[in-house]
Design a protein around this ligand. Structure first.
Ligand SMILES: C[S@@+](CC[C@H](N)C(=O)[O-])C[C@H]1O[C@@H](n2cnc3c(N)ncnc32)[C@H](O)[C@@H]1O
Length: 400
C-alpha cells in the first residue's frame, strides 16, 4: 500500500524507532572515538525528513545533533570540529524550524543525488558519516558509494536503509515477471514507494542501484519457481553486500522484521573500511536484534533462540563457526581484523563478547595462540584482555 509521504511524520512508528535506535546507539561510540582522530567530522543525513515527528518524537536529525552536542561536551580531543548537514527534498523549512536551536548545521533543500558530490567536494581528509534513509530505492546509486570510497577521506562510513523487498518487486516489474508476494507487503505501509515500468530504462536504473546486473539471474530463478520471493530477497541482499565489498572492506546487514518468522522487507546496511567501526556496529546490531525479538514475541520467551538469519542458535553451533573461521589463520592476525571478517562472513549471529569468550575457551584448550601486548599486568601477572585499544594489542594464530 502506497501512502502519501506526509503521513510518515504524523507519528513515529515502531519501525522508525528501531532504525533510529540503530543510528543513535552507534553514533555515541562513533563520535567518541572518531573525535580523537583530530580530523574534522562531516555528518550528513542524506534523507533527513522534518527533524521531528508531529507527535513530538525526535527524528534522525535531532537524535544525531543531541549526541554530537553531548560528545563534544565531554571529549578530550583538542579543537574538535563536527559539521552536521541535512538534505531533504521536501522538508527544508521544517528542518530550519525544528533544528533552530543547534549550531554548526547546514540544511540543504533538494535531492541527495543532486547535492551530495558538491557537498563532499571540499571534505578531503575529513571523517565522513552518511545516514541514508530514503523511502524507496531510486536514489541509491551504487556508483556514488563507490566514489566515496576512493581514499579522499580520512574515514568514510555509510548506514543505509535498503528496501530490499521493494527492489525485488520493482525488478519483477521491470522484467515483466509477476510478483507473487504483493500480499506480503500489505502489512507494512510504504511511503512514496519507488515504481518502475517494464522497460530497458528501468533495467538500467536497477543495474545502477544494484551496482551490476547480478539481480537479473535472481529474478529469472524467481520466475521459474526455483526460489520464492523471500529467497530472492535474501540472495539479492547477499550479492548486494558482496558488491559493496568491492569498495568497502566490511559490510554488515541487519534484517528488519517485526514479527517472528516474518521475512525481512528492509535491511540496514553498514559499510566501512575499518574493523573497529565494523565491530562497534556488530554489537549495536546485535542489541537491536534482541530488542526487535522482544517486539516480535511480545516479551515472551521462545522455545528456541533464533539469530538474525532466523536460524536456531546455540553455543555449539557458534563454536563450530568460530573454529571454522579462525582455523584459517595459521599466520598471526589481529583479533579485531579476524573478528570483523567473521561477522561479515556469517552475519551478526552473536555479540563480539560471545565470540571472544569462545576464543578464550579455545586458548585454554591450546587450539589457538593469543599474544597480548602488554603481556603482563603492572603486578607482573599475565594479561587476559581480549580487546584491542590504544596501547593494547591482541594477535591470534591457529595451532595446526
Ligand atoms: C524515510 S524519510 C526520512 C526519515 C528520517 N530519517 C527520520 O528518521 O526522521 C525519507 C525522506 O526523504 C525525503 N526525500 C525523498 N526523496 C529525496 C531525495 N531524492 N533526496 C533527498 N530527500 C528525499 C522525503 O521528503 C523524506 O523526508
Amino acid at each position: 500500500m502506497s501512502k502519501k509521504n506526509d503521513d510518515f511524520f504524523k507519528e513515529k512508528k515502531i519501525w522508525s524507532t528501531v532504525k533510529d535506535n540503530l543510528l543513535g546507539c552507534y553514533l555515541q561510540p562513533y563520535f567518541s572515538k572518531i573525535l580523537l582522530t583530530g580530523k574534522p567530522i562531516i555528518y550528513i543525513d542524506c534523507f533527513a525528513g522534518k527533524g521531528k515527528f508531529e507527535d513530538g518524537n525526535p527524528g534522525s536529525p535531532i537524535i544525531a545533533l543531541d549526541i554530537i552536542k553531548e560528545r563534544l561536551d565531554v571529549t578530550t580531543a583538542k579543537s574538535p570540529y563536527v559539521e552536521a548537514n541535512f538534505i531533504d527534498l521536501n522538508y527544508a523549512e521544517d528542518l530550519r524550524t525544528n533544528l533552530s536551536k543547534y549550531s554548526n548545521i547546514r540544511i540543504i533543500s533538494g535531492k541527495f543525488e543532486d547535492n551530495i558530490l558538491n557537498l563532499l567536494k571540499s571534505k578531503n581528509g575529513c571523517n565522513v558519516f552518511l545516514y541514508i534513509d530514503p523511502y524507496g530505492i531510486k536514489a541509491l546509486q551504487s556508483s556514488f558509494f563507490d566514489d566515496f570510497s576512493n581514499g579522499q577521506f580520512n574515514t568514510i562510513e555509510l548506514l543505509i536503509n535498503l528496501n530490499s523487498f521493494g527492489f525485488i518487486r520493482e525488478a519483477c516489474r521491470a522484467m515483466g515477471v509477476k510478483f507473487k508476494e504483493d500480499d506480503v507487503l500489505k502489512d507494512i505501509i510504504e511511503y512514496d514507494s519507488t515504481k518502475l515500468d517494464s522497460s530497458d530504462k528501468s533495467i538500467l536504473e536497477l543495474n545502477e542501484i544494484a551496482g551490476g546486473d547480478y539481480w537479473q539471474a535472481i529474478i529469472h530463478d524467481y520466475k521459474s519457481n526455483i526460489i520464492n520471493g523471500y529467497e530472492a530477497e535474501g540472495k539479492f541482499v547477499d550479492l548486494y553486500c558482496q558488491r559493496m565489498m568491492k569498495s568497502y572492506k566490511y559490510v554488515l546487514n541487519l534484517p528488519l522484521r517485526l514479527k517472528e518468522g516474518q521475512q525481512p522487507k528492509y535491511r540496514m546496511i553498514h559499510a566501512t573500511q575499518h574493523q573497529a567501526g565494523c565491530l562497534l556496529m556488530v554489537d549495536n546490531m546485535y542489541c537491536r536484534w534482541e530488542a526487535m525479538r522482544e517486539i516480535q514475541t511480545g516479551g515472551q520467551l521462545s522455545f528456541f533462540e533464533t539469530n538474525v538469519k532466523e536460524e536456531i542458535c546455540d553455543t555449539d553451533t557458534l563454536t563450530d563457526d568460530v573454529v571454522e573461521h579462525f582455523s584459517q589463520y595459521s599466520r598471526s592476525i589481529s583479533i579485531s581484523e579476524a573478528m570483523a571478517s567473521f561477522f561479515v562472513k556469517y552475519g551478526v549471529i552473536a555479540s563480539t563478547k560471545n565470540v571472544r569468550d569462545i576464543l578464550k575457551e579455545l586458548e585454554k584448550q591450546n587450539r589457538i595462540v593469543i599474544k597480548r601486548t602488554p603481556s603482563l599486568t603492572p603486578q607482573g601477572k599475565p594479561t587476559k584482555f581480549m580487546e584491542e585499544k590504544k596501547g593494547q594489542s591482541v594477535i591470534v594464530r591457529w595451532i595446526k
